[in-house]
Design a protein around this ligand. Structure first.
Ligand SMILES: Cc1ncc(COP(=O)(O)O)c(C=O)c1O
Length: 376
């Protein structure tokens, strides 16, 4: 008999019989009743040093941690006022109107939404190759097409080749500065010139996820171009310099009209705890300076190790180093893992290169020892 056809009395009777049957059934041993716990995700496996996701283990700032703890008891409330305060603080920092800021659950949400927006209707997205592909992948899902322009001989974005690739179907040029996985930056003046010229034809998106790790952020950022009215989107994240990857917060500075379109497509919303951490982080300039110095020290030590091992590398400015191991990266990953260190994945077409994130000093000691053993 179909459940849909049961009347109320029959249903109660049937439900009672089921309940009685359940009560009478011999109890299964606990093991069989409880679903087996999922295996830990391999890179996060306990006991292993996680240097593969470009996280920043020096964060969150203590000020942010205190702000998060203080926010917990107020988490029963929707954070509208706090979200507005964060929007205004970010706009003040960037020197623009809050209407030119879109916030997201990580900059990843903004990359996805921008990818859907610009990929729609067979739009072509120009990007470097290899680079960070989240926006391009989203564009392809929306029916768009990826135009991948190989990096130049220094593993930097090839600006002339990217400019030459712009055509009638181009809907967006996506730049990652510093690039992921190579860590290389574009020369500041050349990038700005590129962005100004190209954005007169098509929108340009500059992903500055790692830019706060570099020595001269102010000289390199393209956000002022967006504020000055160029057709430019600049994305930032709290996942990197602020060490808040688990909090999920990012934002973009962009033309007001485009901001309105992208905001309409956002599906996430921000948590009070994350917002309070961000407000505290943005006010904590000392944390940023200190963290940048720690990342730089780790990066320089890792480059020195790579050089001592006689390996080629891309000149890095982010919180990671990309270098040529001279063996298939999957073998390098496996051998480093056997030494307790999880390092970055394969980035085609550079399949004998590896990316290592800067970890805590004691983690980097283990990493350096492992590299000497595996590559020395
Ligand atoms: C270049 C780049 N952009 C954006 C992101 C997305 O970061 P999130 O979503 O944590 O802000 C990442 C993550 O690693 C990245 O490498």
């Amino acid at each position: 008999m179909s459940t849909l056809l049961l009347n109320r009395r029959q249903w109660l009777k049937a439900a009672g019989a089921t309940l009685a049957a359940t009560a009478l059934a011999p109890r299964l041993p606990l093991q069989a009743q409880t679903p087996a716990p999922l295996p830990p995700k391999s890179p996060g496996a306990p006991g292993l040093i996680q240097l593969s996701w470009n996280e920043n283990p020096f964060g969150p700032a203590e000020s942010a941690q205190r702000a998060m703890a203080a926010a917990v008891p107020r988490s029963c409330r929707y954070p509208d006022a706090e979200e507005q305060a964060l929007l205004e603080l970010i706009a003040a920092k960037e020197g623009c109107s809050p209407n030119q800021i879109v916030m997201g659950s990580g900059s990843g949400e903004i990359l996805d939404v921008a990818g859907f927006h610009f990929g729609y209707d067979k739009g072509e997205i120009i990007s470097a190759d290899p680079s960070y592909m989240q926006l391009v992948n989203a564009a392809e899902k929306a029916g768009g097409r990826a135009v991948r322009v190989p990096l130049n001989a220094r593993y930097e974005h090839d600006l002339p080749a990217m400019a030459a690739a712009v055509g009638p179907k181009t809907s967006l040029v996506y730049m990652v500065n510093p690039n992921n996985p190579t860590g290389t930056v574009c020369a500041a003046a050349a990038l700005k010139e590129f962005v100004k010229t190209v954005s007169a034809r098509v929108p340009v998106f500059v992903d500055e996820a790692y830019l706060e790790c570099t020595d001269n952020f102010a000289e390199r950022t393209c956000a002022p171009l967006s504020v000055a009215g160029h057709n430019v989107v600049v994305a930032r994240t709290f996942s990197k310099i602020y060490g808040m990857a688990g909090c999920r917060l990012g934002y973009a500075v962009l033309p007001e009209k485009l901001a309105t379109s992208l905001r309409a497509r956002m599906t996430g919303s921000l948590s009070l705890v994350t917002i309070e951490a961000a407000l505290a982080s943005l006010r904590d300039a000392a944390y940023v300076t200190a963290t940048r110095a720690k990342i730089k020290a780790g990066r320089e030590a890792l480059v020195a190790e790579v050089k001592a091992l006689g390996k080629e590398y891309a000149v890095p400015q982010g919180n990671f180093v990309f270098f040529k191991t001279g063996m298939p990266v999957k073998d390098f990953i496996a051998q480093m893992r056997a030494e307790g260190v999880v390092v970055g994945r394969a980035f085609p077409p550079l399949l004998d290169w590896a990316r290592i994130t800067i970890g805590l000093p004691h983690e980097m000691e283990v990493c350096h020892r492992a590299m000497r053993k595996v590559l020395g």
